[in-house]
Design a protein around this ligand. Sequence first.
Ligand code: PMP
Ligand code: GLN
Length: 389
Amino acid sequence: MDARPLLNRRLDGLGTTIFAEMSALATATGAINLGQGFPDTDGPEAVREAAVRALREGRGNQYPPGPGVPELRAAISEHQRRFYELTVDPDTEVLVTAGATEAIAAAMLALLEPGDEVIAFEPFYDSYAACVAMAGATRVPLTLRAPSFRPDLDELRSKITPRTRLLLLNTPHNPTGTVLTRDELGAIAALAVEHDLLVVTDEVYEHLTFDGTAHVPIAAFPGMRERTVSISSAGKTFSFTGWKVGWVTASAPLVTAVRTAKQYLTYVSAGPFQYAVAEALRLPDSFFDGLRADLRSKRDLLADGLTAAGFEVYLPQGTYFVTTDVAPFGEKDAYAFCRALPERCGVVAVPNSVFYDDPEAGRSQVRFTFCKRKGVLEEATTRLKRLAV
Ligand code: PMP
Ligand code: GLN
């Protein structure tokens, strides 16, 4: 159905998300879905049981408090201290949201004026473009280029204008897997302070880093506490993407600003799941280490399989996505390639090209997720070997 004549100008060009489109293609064709990032096994049984208990005991079955249930806010505060030595007041500096998605939307709607410029890395997670547009602001891309996908900090400096209001960061970065280093973050923080910019940082993959790469929150850098909105979510870390429990940590004025918008988006959400996520955040280190080790071996399995099948593979330092280039197959258009892939090989992937403003930059890049069972990844790479023949 064509909604274009009805859509306002801010939403012009924003059709069905690529994730929904590719998952629908997987369902329609029965192909293996390595497109949308959701695990094919659920998270820890104890966490699931905690949700069942909360439901049965009637905790959270009615509207929870606007900022989130106190148990979860306390657990988020403890988590920030435990992993990053960051102190956040659970009563004034934490806000629970309907996934990171709502946190991003509420932050953009609360903090941007029409006409403001927002600098974000491209390829960008699709909701950034939509939320910046809904706020009436303008997206200014800073392109992460293959093969290293590192940000060019001189280019970042050159993109800052008097209209720049906010830097929208994402580390570990979806889809490239880039994890910003301490030096990069320090330089970005210094620019934010120098130009008095706000920083909204999407850290939903904070626990999914590999090979000793550490996730460092930019909120920890000098001068950043009062200008940074940090966002995360239970979906990726605990493998319950359907629960949609996310959160914001920031200074009290910033949390209050974001909550003002959030109140009128969902008001509150996911009552019983909030209690379960509070338990999840307190899982022992062995859980977080096990998650990383499991995903690292799956990353290597998928990356090796894709290399053997003929893809150019860019090994990610974080997230559960591998970006590839399909140019070695003579393919020039990632979107067309992904639309044809179920028919050709019985596999679904996501074209990174749709995450760029610059149509040339990611024209033949394709993303595969490895948050699936090993047998599924093996079967997928076996099927993808057909591309070489
Ligand atoms: N940010 C990034 C970078 C993502 O990949 C995703 C996908 N889950 C989200 C935000 C959304 O997170 P949630 O499901 O918690 O809304
Ligand atoms: N974050 C997920 C991904 O990148 C998708 C989430 C969504 O469909 N909105 O695959």
